[in-house]
Write a protein that binds this ligand. Structure first.
Ligand code: FAD
Length: 434
């Protein structure tokens, strides 16, 4: 989903420093005091990253480029090989350039020039060209699998340890952080970076609440055209009542699509691709036929259904991003709905900001590591919190069911009021090479 869904710019991202003291003033929520008895001979790792998703791998690569080795623990047996794609905006590309993989990825994915928005009957409501508003904008839908592989290839062999699911995090009697894996093994982490996604065990231990279901789910898939896909390089959105869909070319042979639909509950987990395809097509049966054709051309291992969740990091109510020498990055800290296409982009931003601060502290004055982690949280929170809320509000508007509201949206708001500049202002993020 992603690419610049319609934002009414309800909340602007905060870039200034003035909110930092507000943030710093928040009381620290105590992390659950789980005591773990250390086995004898437990290995001591300097930096342990839990989770080899985009956040974990980008953090490991950033640290590696700054001369700091880390160990990444991943619960799965290998990198996620299935999955679909993510739209990355210029803020994501600035980070990928900073960590040296931007150009490699650029050669594999089509640059998207603009977006077109249609009603479910196929009437064009509005179209934009990204560069008309911002010459420096860069939008590409990137296959998640290739992004993960490209990041992992930057790391030394054995930097990622697969089949290593974290079961428990706690402290031993001396106050050191111990990680216990499901296979019963333990390790000490002098610095632990939680990149374990929306159901983060580490976030839970730090006192964060569970992420919250927002009332709609998404089908996603990657259509495959072995003879070449026929679409222009633009994001195509179709807005209906309580249902919206979109598709965007990824490369010369692949097209990413999504359908978002209202559902009072996340519903049972469905993995059978035939059932998923049928359910997805039933939602858009009478919509423009391009979408139905792309769904038909979607290989089984690239179709998924996901309930959408987020967590609002309210000041005073939500714990900070770090507790001692344990810190969160990406969805583990700030799950957000995909309506602005910013979850992965922000995880990438987190990775470079954290790595720079951490590497400086480790190299210059190891006693300042906790301060560096705190400073990361303070710098990132004013960016993350408004974006999370904004993504949620945009999603709510796009999921309206009421016919009168949908008519106002499709006939007034989208054609006359929406401006692309403010819509994509949040993609401004400067990032020097590491
Ligand atoms: C429908 C949808 C569309 C999206 N579209 C976009 C988009 O277009 N653009 C964009 O920027 N973002 C998008 N996002 C958001 C993006 O997918 C996430 O923000 C991003 O994947 C977060 O990366 P992460 O590494 O923090 O978490 P994840 O990708 O969830 O990675 C977490 C990793 O931790 C591992 N793990 C979890 N628990 C443990 C454990 N106990 N022990 C060891 N390992 C563990 C997992 O196996 C996984 O590898 C979308 C999200 C959704 C749901």
């Amino acid at each position: 989903m992603s690419a610049a869904s319609l934002s009414l710019v309800f909340l602007k991202p905060i870039h200034s420093q003035k909110h930092q003291s507000w943030f710093q003033a928040r009381p620290r929520t105590k992390n659950t005091p789980i005591f773990i008895k250390a086995q004898s001979g437990v290995k001591n790792e300097d930096v342990v990253i839990v989770g080899a998703g985009i956040a974990g791998l980008a953090t490991a690569v950033s640290l590696h480029r700054l001369g700091i080795p880390s160990l990444v623990l991943e619960q799965a047996e290998s990198l996620r090989t299935g999955g679909t794609s993510l739209t990355l905006f210029k803020n994501g590309w600035r980070v990928l350039d900073a960590i040296g993989v931007g150009n490699d990825l650029r050669t594999q994915f089509t640059e998207i020039q603009g977006m077109a928005i249609k009603s479910e009957e196929g009437r064009e409501l509005r179209s934009f060209k990204f560069k008309d508003e911002d010459e420096s904008q860069e939008v590409r839908a990137v296959e998640r699998r290739i992004l993960l592989e490209t990041l992992a290839n930057q790391l030394p062999p054995d930097a990622v340890r697969f089949s290593s699911k974290l079961k428990k995090i706690g402290k031993n009697e001396s106050g050191e952080t111990i990680l216990e894996l499901v296979d019963g093994s333990q390790l000490f982490g002098k610095i632990v970076i939680g990149c374990d996604g929306i159901r983060s065990l580490i976030a839970k231990w730090m006192g964060f609440t569970d992420s919250r279901y927002v009332g709609h789910c998404a089908f996603r898939g990657l259509g495959f055209y072995p003879e070449g896909q026929p679409f222009e390089p633009k994001v195509n959105y179709i807005y209906g009542r309580g249902v919206r869909a979109g598709y965007v070319p990824v490369s010369s042979t692949k097209v990413y699509w999504f359908i978002c639909f209202n559902s009072p509950s996340p519903g049972p987990k469905v993995t059978d691709p035939t059932v998923l395809k049928k359910q997805a097509k039933d939602l858009v049966r009478n919509w423009p036929s391009d979408l139905l054709n792309i769904i038909d051309l979607t290989p089984d291992d690239t179709i998924i259904r996901t309930p959408l969740v987020d967590r609002w990091l309210w000041p005073a109510a939500s714990p900070p991003a770090s507790a001692g020498r344990v810190v969160l990055v990406g969805d583990a800290w700030h799950p957000m709905t995909p309506n602005l296409g910013q979850g992965a982009c922000c995880a990438l931003e987190d990775a470079v900001v954290l790595s720079r601060k951490l590497a400086n502290a480790i190299k210059s004055e190891p006693g300042t590591v906790e301060t560096a982690l705190n400073s990361y949280g303070n710098e990132r929170w004013p960016r993350i919190f408004p974006l999370t809320i904004r993504a949620n509000l945009v999603g709510s508007m796009l999921q309206w069911e009421n016919p009168a509201l949908c008519s106002v949206r499709n006939n007034i708001v989208i054609p006359k009021l929406v401006r692309l500049g403010p819509l994509l202002e949040h993609t401004n993020f400067d990032c020097e090479p590491l």
